[in-house]
Design a binder for this molecule. Sequence first.
Ligand SMILES: NC(=O)C1=CN([C@@H]2O[C@H](COP(=O)(O)OP(=O)(O)OC[C@H]3O[C@@H](n4cnc5c(N)ncnc54)[C@H](O)[C@@H]3O)[C@@H](O)[C@H]2O)[C@@H](O)CC1
Ligand SMILES: [K+]
Length: 504
Amino acid sequence: MKILSADQIRALDAYTIKNEPITSIDLMERASVTFVNWFIKRFKPHREVYIFCGPGNNGGDGLAVGRLLTHVQYSVKVFIFSSDRYSKDFDINLKRLEKLVTITKINSKEDIPILSIGGIVIDAIFGSGLSRPVGGLYADIIKSINDSKVTRVAIDIASGLFCDANNEDPVKLKVDYTFTFQLPKLSFLFPQNEDYTGCWVIGDIGLNKSFIESQSSAFTYVEEEEAFSVVKPRSKFSHKGDYGKVLIMAGSYGMMGAAVLSGKSCYRAGAGLVKFHSPRCGVQILQSSLPEAILSVDPEENFISSLPDISGFNTVAAGPGWYEGAESAFLLQQIFENKNINLVLDAGALNVLSKNKELLNALPQNTILTPHPGEFKRLAGEFSNDYSRLEGLRKFSQRYKCIMVLKGANTMVALPDGNVSFNSTGNPGMATAGSGDVLTGIIAALLAQGYSPAMASKLGVYLHGYAGDRAASKSGTASIIAEDIIDGVKDFYLEFDKKYSASL
Ligand SMILES: NC(=O)C1=CN([C@@H]2O[C@H](COP(=O)(O)OP(=O)(O)OC[C@H]3O[C@@H](n4cnc5c(N)ncnc54)[C@H](O)[C@@H]3O)[C@@H](O)[C@H]2O)[C@@H](O)CC1
Ligand SMILES: [K+]
């Protein structure tokens, strides 16, 4: 799904009204009905509902929502503000609502209402048309709502949040839910906006699909349909050689578990063959934890010091559980000399790169790097906010022609062509030791099976999050361990076999 800018969204609204058999006021009605259908499923009518309506079309939505909720027996209190310019559709909806309920105009601070505990605030003050930080009376009301013990629901986007740009100003409405129209907004995907986004859902209001298709955007949001549509079904006549050979170079004394987790997830995600290159101390651990894997043994007891013969492997995964000394930098240098291999680097390998930045210039094209935020900071430096960090991620990927997988909620995958996808699966339970090792194994497995590095990254991240969500549905978010995520990989392929695989 594409993520469009505020300007593109405005153009999309205008195009829809011009080219589809729907007027602007009817489109607003459709949007409001969509919102109300969602709202009444979630909130029962016994709670007091306060609707705050700004002067534009977001406010117009609020007024229409007020009318629709009144019709289904919700008790609504509606507030508007003095303005010298209300939008046309605001005026029409104001007239429609005035016949049903008393509308209060807030002219000064003294008019700001006290909200009853347990009430619900519907925020229709500003939507995608916010053009500057919020000040004056609007700021006072936002602060007052933020201080109240109510549930807050934003229509389209919380007031004070820009769709696609940073707003340094602290005046923004904190919300529990955002019901947004048609497409996700870039700002929902950043950790810094968690309080101003809450749980967000998309309502399809029938904006013109071909216009959306025609728009160029560097940003996409990967959801179920797109992810499953690229999974390759297996041919009846295939054999293990068709699913690739992965060499995993992971683990050191005390950290062999990282290698085990990568290897297991690599097999679960469908690799044909997995071989570990292991320090001597890891031999027993690996052989007994993963009998399916074969082993090459490094001369060093406690860490990997040398590169085995990698001819015959189409994919190498390196870094989980790594010792981060000078030997590892030399090892990376040797790996990088093999330009025709798919490569995924994680954890220790990334830290070695951070300490030896000159090595970045030798990265084979389309190498996949999977840093968490701390590792990315060591690689690329610090950024003042999540928007500039996104730009930093894109620049890094473009500069070194590598694929950057920045892990976190809505993991970002930045490609050397400047495009970035945001992931839709996953949950906070996946913030657990070993979760990253599992992702490395999954991406390596997909690379080995012939997915392009870009596809392996995007699908791998989706699959990893999906597996984590399945794990959470079985054991609860906080108790997820990395092994559970590996188990969840089975559920992903089961779902594919049942629902999507044409061959079954
Ligand atoms: N245009 C359409 O076809 C549709 C629009 N919809 C709604 O319309 C919204 C966008 O409407 P608008 O473009 O009218 O924009 P908004 O309603 O978000 O706000 C624009 C108004 O607020 C003023 N404003 C902006 N920033 C301000 C600030 N910091 N302080 C004070 N005033 C400020 C502007 O001058 C303008 O009067 C969407 O978010 C959505 O809720 C929906 O009804 C769906 C259909
Ligand atoms: K809003």
